[in-house]
Every structure is written in C-alpha cells, then in structure tokens.
Design a protein. Structure first.
Length: 455
C-alpha cells in the first residue's frame, strides 16, 4: 500500500529493514512473515493476524468503527469512518521515529528499540520534561518504565524562548501549549525542503537525518548528546565508556560482558561482571582504573590508608570498589553498582583514584580450595591403590606361569618318559620286590618291555 505520490509505503517487513519507520505492533515477533496479514476487522479496527495460528497479534485502539485505511502524504497511516472522518492515526503512537507533522506531548514520546535488530521498547525515551513541559529531554528508564521517579535525565534542549529552544535549534519547529512539532512546508524561497526525520536509536542518541534525493540515502544532520559518554547507563554496570563513536563500551581488567551476544550487537546495557563469577573472595585484588566519574552507588567515607580501605572493602561482598586520595588519606568505599564510568583526567580537580574489586588470577574461595585439595588427594590415593593392585595381580600371574613352564620343561630337557600308575604296577608285579628306601622314597625292581623297530 502506497500514498498518492509514492513517497510512503505501508506493509509488514522483516526487522531491521532499510528506511523503515514502523508501528510498534507486537513485542513477540511472528515467526513466519509470509503468514502475517493486516486487515480491518468486523469491529472496524486495523489488526495484525498470524494466519498460521489465526492469532490476533495486535489491533488499533479506535472506539469508532472504521471502514477505510489510507496513507497520507506526510506518512501518517489513518483509519477513516464511513463518512470520511479520521478515527485513528499512526502519528499519535510514535515509536523511535519522529516525522514532520508528529506531535510531542505530555503523553506522546519516542521510545528507542531494545537493540539494533530488536524493535521491542528499549531503555531510552524522548519526551517533554515535566512539570512545566517547557523543554524536550532524553530519559533513561530501566526496563522501559515511563515512571518519572525512576527515570534519569541526561540531555535537554533547554527552555523554549518563544522562537527556539535555548540549547538546540530544530529547524522550522513550533511549540504551543505543551505540544511541540516540526513543520515541513515550503521555505521562504519557495523551495521544498528535504525530507527529514528524527530517530532515537537503541544507544540513547537523538539523531536528525535528511534525505538525499541524488544518492537516495539518509545523511546525519546532527546528533545529541555530542559526547557519547553522556548517555546514561550506556555501558551498563561496571562498563567503561571510552568515548569512541563505534564500540564505545569496554569492560575493565578482570571483567567480561554479561551478555556477549548482545554486546556484539551494540547493546551494552547488561554491563560487565567478574571473570571468575560473582562470588567474592577474601583474597580479591583491586584493579586501578584511574581518575574517573561514576553514578548510582552508595558511598561510605572514612579516613585511612589505602590498605585500610581495601581491608574494610574485602570484609563486605557488597563492596565493589573504592576511591582513595593519597593526599588526605580519604577513603570512599563503593557499594551496589557503578554506572557511567568514564575518564575525567582533563579535570585537574579530580584527585581520587578509583580501584575496582576483581578476582585474583588463580585465586578462589578458601573453602573451595580445601575441598579441591581433599578431592584431589582422595583421587590420588585411589589411583595409587588401583595401580598397585594391578601390578600385584600381574606379578602373581607371571610367577605361576613361570613355575608351570619350569615343570613342563624338565621332561623335555632330560628326554624321559612319564609312566602312569598302571604301567608301574604291571612292571613291578604289584610292587612285590622291594629293593630299599631312601630320602626320595621306596625303590622297587621292575621290568618294562619296549619294542624297538628294526633298522
């Protein structure tokens, strides 16, 4: 389905798809895209249906029954009643994209994707800042919550002066009674301006793009905040922001990403954890990070040497690191989580050095060490006993075989014949003529006839 000028099209496409500005219809994707269909139901609502299972995946919220679906010139998808009135429009339900003609209000906001390929609601939003709603702000909300109490503001436009915002200028923008929008009409010269759009990406940046008719690509016009490390919780807990435009997050020494798959997709929100697991040990070490800033943690301050700071921290598994100022011996032990770690070495007033608790290489819990030692010792004893038993059986069998071999070889060496008891009894006539006796037994006289062949 396309609008009259062919600028916009409506359909169901795989995510991500180039030049797509979608409705956030369902959080659970349809596995077989070929089975998905959009249709107006008997109730007059636009619905997305999985034809394989005949499951309703999403539908519009209009109360009045619609009979027609139309795509307007601004890209606004609308439902019309039988008499031509608009009963529902997509511009009232923005996702991560803000097009000219859309309004930002106290209730309408942009919400980022969860990742570069997952259109589920992410952690960042763009909305008017309460209570006066006189400026636009970027917010971080863990889990996508819209609760202002649990949200963190990390960038604002500044207040509206009547003609523009104090901190940034949106070209041909308007603000009236808590409603802000961008207009795309002819310029004063009469030239039609290029198509523009604003996108709140999954990494918390608000970007403005303009469409190049010649190259048919979207060019970045500007991006806020300019410093990537100003995005709240961009790198997650114990993640360090290096300020690079690509791969801006990294884990500290002794730590690794919790979710390496998401990390590879530029979703760093899960942060980092200890390489040896989350179990704390009394023999943990402290990695020097340097002069950095941080947020969202509990700080317990006291006076003491660095070794005293470490001793206190090692006694509590909730302690994740410490600051120490060598000039005044001020300790700041940190508990909970560390967000927004970034360098502040350019600030000469920062003298506290951060040390993060990490596992000693080859170290481990003492109880685990003792258990491993006992298991190893028992296994060693069993191996020795098994080898000894096998050797003993082998030697005994070898001795028996050798003795039997010696007995069999006597007659072979002397070339003597072995007589049976019956033969001896007949030759001695029933052992009737005894010759004598000695240490080897009794001696009897006997005759045994041997037939020799004629030569």
């Amino acid at each position: 389905m396309m609008n009259s000028s062919g600028t916009w099209a409506f359909g169901m496409l795989p995510s991500p798809f180039p030049h797509m500005f979608g409705l956030r219809t369902v959080r659970k994707p349809i596995k077989n895209l070929m089975s998905a269909s959009a249709e107006i139901t008997e109730d007059g609502k636009l619905a997305v249906i999985d034809q394989d299972s005949r499951t309703l995946m999403w539908e519009t919220s209009n109360v009045e029954k619609a009979s027609d679906l139309r795509l307007l010139e601004q890209g606004n998808l609308v439902l019309l009643s039988s008499d031509g009135r608009i009963v529902w429009r997509s511009f009232d339900f923005p996702t991560d994209t803000w097009l000219p003609g859309m309004n930002l209000t106290a209730e309408q906001r942009l919400t980022s994707w969860k990742s570069s390929i997952d259109p589920a609601p992410g952690r960042y939003s763009l909305r008017l800042n309460p209570p006066d709603y006189g400026e636009i702000a970027l917010f971080y909300s863990n889990g996508g919550s819209v609760d202002m109490i649990n949200s963190h503001t990390y960038w604002t436009t500044g207040n509206w002066s009547g003609n523009a915002f104090a901190g940034v200028r949106f070209h041909r923008s308007f603000y009236t009674n808590g409603n802000f929008w961008v207009h795309r009409g002819p310029l004063e010269s009469g030239i039609k301006p290029p198509l523009t759009r604003f996108v709140l990406d999954h990494m918390g940046h608000l970007k403005q793009f303009t469409w190049s008719q010649q190259s048919e690509v979207w060019n970045t016009f500007w991006s806020q905040p300019e410093n990537v490390c100003r995005v709240y919780a961009l790198c997650g807990n114990l993640g360090f922001c290096n300020g690079k435009p690509f791969n801006p997050c990294e884990c500290l020494n002794g730590f690794r990403p919790i979710d390496s798959v998401s990390w590879g997709k530029e979703d760093f929100s899960e942060g980092c954890w200890r390489q040896g697991g989350e179990t704390c040990n009394e023999d943990d070490k402290f990695e020097e990070v340097g002069a950095v800033s941080y947020e969202r943690t509990t700080v317990v301050s006291f006076t003491g040497s660095r070794s005293e700071c470490e001793r206190v921290c090692l006694g509590n598994c909730s302690c994740i690191g410490l600051y120490h100022n060598p000039k005044n011996n001020l300790c700041k032990n940190l508990y909970g989580s560390l967000l927004n770690l970034r360098n502040v070495t350019s600030d000469s007033t920062i003298q506290d050095m951060l040390y993060v608790r990490a596992q000693t290489i080859g170290g481990g819990n003492k109880k685990n060490k003792k258990t491993s030692f006992l298991v190893g010792m028992i296994c060693g004893i069993l191996v020795i006993l098994s080898v000894g038993t096998i050797n003993l059986l082998y030697l005994r069998r070898r001795k028996v075989s050798r003795r039997k071999g010696e007995e069999d070889s006597v007659f072979q060496v002397t070339n003597l014949r072995v007589f049976s008891y019956k033969d001896l009894h007949a030759a001695t006539r029933g052992f009737s003529e005894k010759l004598g006796h000695g240490g080897f037994g009794l001696f009897f006289e006997g005759y045994y006839r041997i037939l020799l062949p004629w030569l």
